[in-house]
Design a protein around this ligand. Structure first.
Ligand SMILES: Nc1ncnc2c1ncn2[C@@H]1O[C@H](COP(=O)(O)OP(=O)(O)OP(=O)(O)O)[C@@H](O)[C@H]1O
Length: 932
């Protein structure tokens, strides 16, 4: 049945021909089995009923007015035979019908049987209403001794405007505002969907999601956290909407609590729908377009429901449509507004009497569950490009799914690769020297990663579709890298920007999947004789529990304090205090977490910032916090991607010593651009370039391989720009004179490299400070000039009977036939003497992994504790350097040492001064020798 409602007042009831109610009884049917007008409820009904019977009987004697004990009974009778039931009336408030008031309020509801009253043109509902009104008016007229009105069918009553308030029923045409309420609520809440989708899509390019997952956050938890954060906002928005419609009087008779429950339920469903849809879209522009399209889809489906489904009482179709929660909400609100128009609304009473109300509530709850399950499932299946490892479609059915004892592989089944590259550059590692339990904790087997090139990833949907049909451009970020990693070791991954370090780290975390190759981790506990494969998504949770990661970029939350951040990540990683890395242990059980957090913060020198908000920290402090997070708990493998970026030298030193202390029973992988950091920390150093492993070994091995040689710099003078040939000839001449052969500058450079490799031996450093006196002569030697003899070693110098410091013209001449050592150190001599109109020798220096060009490196070496006092430093400098270093340079070194020990003293002026000194490189070189 449909509630038909009249709004307040009676002035709009116009005289019109009304249809009879009795004509509905099908021909040949006993009239007694038909109901023209059923009525029910209310006390004080007798006088009205009598009047009603009179009015109806006068108009159509065959009409049957039948009493029912309740609305349910009335409804049941209608359901039993919809074709023989025309209308019903529920008297609801006749309490002051007989009261001596001039404005009695009378409320009743007319029910029209929508099975037979299908159109607005069918006025039989109005007939029923007219009978009831006439009857009520006649009761009043009787009180006033007036003659009763005639039947409205005979002549529609001219209703007096006597101050009566009828609150009655009319309804197929509900008021305009009622019709728009469903749309109003849907539009008000639609931004929630867009907000969730945009938020989650935004996380993808910023790498916030991948960073958090690397750091130990479970993917599902990440999405749930995003959903919960949005739900809080959704609840607030729902409250606002309900406030507007309820306090604003749009919804008047309904229980606001039930309406709020409905709207909140819907808002939550929108958030979960957003989570589901965000899996498909990775950029906010697509999301905005999509949420508009979705709005049309929702409204379209709702329109279909209005036009086709609701009227048919087709429950299956109705439920199917309500799988879209906006449709379910719109349906619920339409029902509520219908009830409102009947002055009933949605109350606990109507909820129980009319099953149609409950259905959308249940359906929206079902929708929430469905959306969440699908979001979770598809997120596991499609984590996004380089955002994690996709699960196979059947993953929920795998026997080992989410079991803590992830099933490992038999190590004998895995195919290990030897590190690729020239064996000369890969140091053989004797695993027999380390306990079996510490071996091969992490094995990287021939991993290669090809990324789709940026052009393929960018662009809109259309260009993406077009690109599908083009051959894909690939960028090889990591190329066939194999390394075995063992406990108690730090591997320093050294490489230039874009060398592939981060990609390798990301593959170890499982965030990026290798195109080829595998990464294995030795199992733990009972599974220690098995290996886990990073490519197996089922074992990934266990895998990630073993990792402590400091990503290249800080994934921190500005509004949280340092303490809260550490506590949050302890929770995320499930850290138990006993699992502490780094030594410090909490003092008492009662304050374990706080003690632990204090200790961790002290380790990274953040104890004074524990209650500071992360957004107020400097870049270096944020790095320290990221390092602290990586060290939380007891990860077996610690991955630190450029951890000391932005830290000052003193802090860097302490972080280094912390890292060294952390490596016990752990594998630590550290990426860096700093040769010094690699040398100081790395038990083994892997140098990667253009994705491939160029060399791997201890720092001693690397020094032996690469650590000796000259770096020789030439500066073409400005005027030489127009005379490049003569400048090149000058360089060529220099090289030929002191090294060997060559026909072009490129040849000369190669020769230079070869010669220095052959000549310079780390133990024989003296020649490195010696430049042949011949260099004092312009060296634009002709191409035909014979190759010069190599620079002599100290031994050969002694044999020649020459003294260091001899810079005589004689020796310069000797340089023509073969360079003779000079007492002048290389840079000094070069700056002084070797200069041509076109070119100047700018720099001659020794290069080795221990030699660094900047103050940071120098302070690092000093800070390693090679000297215990300033006096000792001064003595050692004097002993080693003697007259070769100016007094000024010695003083600078001493001052630098002091500055390092007194952080209040600014060291920048010292650095500037040092860099201005001609002897800078020698100072550094000597210093490095001193402490090496
Ligand atoms: N998602 C990606 N899509 C396409 N190319 C990528 C992607 N990630 C990295 N690359 C490319 O792979 C190469 C290696 O990048 P990677 O970030 O691993 O270098 P890196 O050694 O860590 O550099 P840096 O020291 O600057 O951090 C680079 O050329 C980079 O442009």
């Amino acid at each position: 049945m449909l509630n038909i409602s009249l709004t307040k007042g009676i002035t709009d009831v116009s005289p019109k021909p009304l249809a009879t109610l009795s004509s509905n009884c099908p021909a040949g049917t006993a009239k007694t089995s038909c109901v023209s007008l059923g009525f029910t409820n209310s006390t004080n009904i007798d006088t009205v009923l009598a009047a009603l019977v009179d009015v109806v009987a006068a108009a159509e004697p065959e009409a049957r007015i039948v009493p029912f004990p309740s609305v349910d009974a009335l409804q049941a009778a209608r359901n039993a035979d919809p074709t023989r039931f025309v209308a019903g009336v529920q008297f609801r408030d006749l309490s002051n019908l007989t009261a001596a008031t001039t404005t009695p309020s009378i409320a009743y509801t007319i029910f029209a049987n929508t099975t037979i009253i299908k159109t607005f043109q069918d006025v039989r509902a109005d007939t029923a209403d007219a009978y009831v009104r006439t009857a009520i008016l006649n009761v009043f007229r009787a009180k006033q001794n007036l003659a009763p009105l005639r039947s409205p069918l005979v002549s529609a009553p001219a209703f007096p405007s006597n101050g009566m308030l009828f609150e009655s029923v009319r309804g197929r045409s509900s008021s305009g505002i009622s019709a728009i309420v469903p749309f109003y609520v849907i539009f008000m809440l639609q931004p929630l969907l867009q907000g969730v989708m945009t938020g989650l899509a935004d996380d993808k390019p910023t790498k916030a999601k991948s960073g958090l997952i690397m750091m130990g956050t479970n993917e599902t938890m990440y999405m749930l956290a995003a959903a919960i954060a949005n739900m809080l906002f959704a609840i607030a928005t729902s409250l606002l909407v309900v406030l507007i419609v309820c306090v604003g009087g749009i919804i008047k008779y309904s229980s606001w609590v039930l309406v709020l429950v409905l709207v909140v339920e819907y808002a939550i469903s929108l958030v979960l729908m957003g989570c589901l849809l965000s899996i498909m879209f990775s950029n906010p522009r697509q999301v905005r377009a999509m949420s508009l399209i979705l709005m049309f889809v929702f409204l379209g489906v709702y329109g279909l429901g209005l036009a086709l489904v609701w009227k048919q009482n087709n429950l299956a179709a109705e439920r199917a449509m309500q799988l879209l929660s906006p449709v379910a909400l719109a349906r619920a609100l339409a029902l509520i507004m219908d009830a409102e128009n009947s002055a009933l609304g949605l109350t606990t009473a109507t909820w129980t009497t009319d099953p149609r109300f409950a259905a959308p509530f249940y359906m929206i709850a079902v929708d929430c569950v469905i959306y969440w399950c699908l979001a979770w499932y598809f997120d596991e299946l499609f984590p996004g490009e380089n955002m994690g490892t996709p699960q196979p479609w059947y993953f929920p059915f795998r026997a080992d799914f989410r079991t803590s004892a992830a099933k490992g592989l038999d190590p004998s089944t895995i195919k290990k690769n030897l590190p690729r590259g020239s064996s000369r550059f890969i140091e053989p590692f004797d695993v027999n020297g380390i306990p079996a339990a510490d071996r091969d904790v992490l094995t990287i087997c021939g991993v290669t990663k090809d990324f789709k090139s940026a052009e393929v990833q960018a662009g809109g949907l259309a260009s993406k579709i077009a690109q599908r049909f083009k051959p894909q451009k690939l960028k090889r970020a990591v190329d066939d890298v194999s390394i075995d990693l063992h406990s108690n070791q730090i591997l320093a991954l050294l490489g230039h920007n874009g060398a592939g370090k981060t990609t390798l780290i990301s593959m170890i975390t499982g965030i990026v999947q290798p195109t080829r190759g595998n990464i294995y981790m030795r199992g733990t506990g009972n599974g220690s004789n098995t290996v886990l494969d990073a490519a197996d998504p089922i074992t990934l949770p266990v895998w990630r529990q073993s990792l402590g990661v400091c990503p290249q970029f800080d994934v921190l939350f500005g509004p949280l304090t340092v303490r809260e951040t550490l506590r949050l990540f302890m929770g995320i990683k499930g850290v138990t205090v006993e699992g502490r890395v780094g030594g410090a242990q909490p003092s008492s059980r009662g304050s374990l977490d706080n003690d632990y957090i204090d200790a961790v913060a002290s380790d990274v020198e953040l104890h004074s910032k524990l209650d500071a908000h992360v957004k107020t920290l400097s870049g270096g402090m944020k790095r320290k916090l990221s390092v602290a997070i990586a060290l939380l708990g007891s990860p077996r493998i610690i991955l630190l991607d450029e951890p000391t970026t932005g830290m000052d030298v003193a802090v860097q030193q302490r972080i280094w010593s912390l890292m060294r202390s952390c490596k016990k029973n752990r594998v630590v992988i550290l990426t860096t651009h700093s040769m010094e950091e690699a040398e100081v920390l790395g038990d083994r150093i892997a140098i990667v370039s253009a994705g491939s492993l160029k060399t791997l070994g201890s720092s001693i091995f690397l020094k032996d391989q690469f650590g000796t040689g000259y770096s020789i710099g030439f500066v073409k003078k400005q005027a030489a720009a127009a005379r490049t040939d003569s400048a090149d000839a000058a360089i060529l001449g220099f090289v030929r004179r002191f090294f060997a052969g060559g026909n072009s500058v490129a040849d000369a450079a190669n020769l230079l490299v070869k010669s220095t490799q052959q000549l310079a031996i780390s133990k024989q450093l003296e020649p490195l400070f010696v430049v042949p006196a011949a260099a004092s002569q312009p060296a634009a030697a002709p191409a035909s000039q014979p190759a010069a003899a190599p620079i002599q070693t100290p031994a050969s110098q002694q044999a020649d009977g020459r003294k260091s410091g001899d810079n005589s013209p004689d020796s310069a001449e000797a340089g023509e036939s073969g360079p003779a050592p000079s007492g002048k150190r290389a840079t000094e001599a070069a700056d002084d003497v070797w200069t041509t109109p076109d070119v100047q020798l700018a720099l001659v220096r020794f290069i080795a992994p221990t030699i660094h060009e900047d103050l940071q490196a120098l302070l690092g070496l000093v800070g390693l504790g090679c000297c215990d006092s300033v006096a000792e430093l001064g003595n050692r400098i004097r002993t080693f350097v003697g007259d070769a270093l100016t007094a000024e340079a010695q003083q600078v070194m001493i001052r630098m040492y002091q500055t390092e020990h007194d952080p209040k003293k600014p060291f920048l002026p010292t650095l500037v001064k040092l860099s201005q000194m001609r002897a800078q490189h020698n100072v550094l070189l000597l210093c490095c020798m001193l402490f090496d």
